[in-house]
Design a protein around this ligand. Structure first.
Ligand SMILES: [Zn+2]
Length: 394
């Protein structure tokens, strides 16, 4: 089911980054080839490397500030293994996902050719980075963790673009092979949750293509932790149907409840989202609403929360403009906690969760419990990976 992926990079300087990406891709059940599969040295058997590049489905290139090992034999242009691997991938028209360290990110000087004097004192790696950038298809990275997420999301968006192109050509079998996951279904116990490995089709109702692709990529951040796949789809009965009704606010059905919604109706509305919003705002809304898709509820309704609400202050805050909530609404949205058996195991209260609202300290007895979040908290990552585990040992 997985893809054969070749990770190319120089050895020592990118060790931690390569390892993190390697682990992440292995978790997603891809067949990954990286330098660690040869010998623990920068001097790799070039022929074998190039053959592995040719045999792979996808090439991933990681580049920092070292040009890398330059084999002596049969290499009149004195190119490094890393550059030769990239050229081989290009020559054989492999999809290339390229990642460069951010120009402004600090980097250990002893891992930079410009300081050590290697490879024309850094001129060769600088030229290669420039050439890669001019192709226009590069992402940048700073930390191993951020890189792993970028690699996964780039891979997903390449897969969904490819599978869409293929299905337009009528090659449904190819789509099946490229988009991982099983058909979406409810679990037998905890039927609000999806079967792990479910592939949820996402149909966008009237967003422009580029913006829709961006939203999907952000939603796929969840998939780095949860064994659930989101793929773009034009199917009428796609499990997730996203509308952009400007007056409709932002909401989503929770978990498999979406399956009961007639296909003519949306299961999610992203009323506040427009392409011009700052990226953090887009990310937080998308992750929050797709958290509902995964079956998550609002964190302030967590029965483990035991939140010391000051009910008078709450009424003052939410009863007035702009909300004008009456006591019933407040009871329902704020104080009603979810069933303790909602999840297969209790969810620890996590006020940093993306599923949490922000409330000022006045409503919680002067104690600041909630904070504003723009991305997944470590609690979110931890919980969702337990709720939708990837097969272990794979
Ligand atoms: Zn919500």
């Amino acid at each position: 089911m997985g893809l054969k992926i070749y990770i190319s990079s120089t050895f020592e300087d990118l060790k931690d980054y390569r390892r993190r990406v390697y682990e992440q891709l292995r978790t997603l059940r891809h067949d990954v080839i990286a330098m660690e599969d040869y010998v623990a040295a920068d001097e790799r058997p070039l022929d074998k490397c190039l053959r592995d590049v040719r045999d792979s489905d996808v090439y991933i290139g990681l580049f920092a500030w070292r040009y890398g090992y330059v084999p002596r034999a049969g290499n009149p242009q004195r190119r490094s293994v890393t550059e030769l691997e990239y050229l081989e991938a290009k020559k054989h028209k492999k999809p290339c996902l390229i990642f460069l360290t951010d120009n402004r990110a600090p980097w250990p000087p002893d891992q930079m050719d410009s300081t050590t004097g290697d490879n024309d004192s850094g001129k060769k790696i600088a030229a290669l980075r420039k050439a890669l950038r001019e192709k226009g298809l590069v992402s940048t990275f700073e930390t191993p963790e951020a890189l792993a997420i970028k690699v996964v999301t780039a891979l997903y968006s390449w897969q969904s673009e490819t599978s869409r192109a293929q299905s337009q050509l009528g090659h449904a079998a190819v789509e099946e092979a490229l988009a991982p996951g099983v058909q979406a279904a409810a679990r037998r116990t905890n039927p609000l949750m999806w079967v792990p490995g479910s592939r949820l089709r996402v149909r966008f109702l009237g967003a422009d293509g580029a913006f829709a692709a961006r939203i999907l990529r952000l939603a796929q951040i969840w998939s780095a932790y949860a064994n659930i796949f989101f793929v773009a789809s034009e199917d009428k009965d796609a499990e997730v149907r996203v509308a952009f009704d400007k007056d409709g606010g932002s909401w989503s059905y929770e978990g498999t409840n979406a399956l009961a919604v007639p296909p003519s109706e949306p299961t999610m509305n992203l009323g506040w989202l427009v392409p011009a919003l700052p990226i953090d705002d887009v990310e937080s809304v998308v992750l929050h609403e797709f958290g509902h898709v995964l079956g998550l509820a609002h964190e302030h309704n967590n029965p483990s929360g035991d939140i010391p609400w000051d009910r008078k202050e709450v009424l003052k805050l939410l009863g007035g403009p702009p909300n004008h909530w009456d006591q019933n609404t407040i009871d329902q949205y704020l104080y009603r906690t979810w069933e303790t058996d909602r999840f297969p195991f209790a969810k620890p209260f996590d006020p940093l969760s993306i599923m949490s609202y922000f409330f000022p300290k006045e409503v919680t007895g002067g104690k600041q419990i909630f904070s504003t979040n723009t991305t997944l908290s470590s609690g979110d990552k931890e919980f969702i990976s337990r709720l939708y585990p990837y097969a272990t040992g794979g």
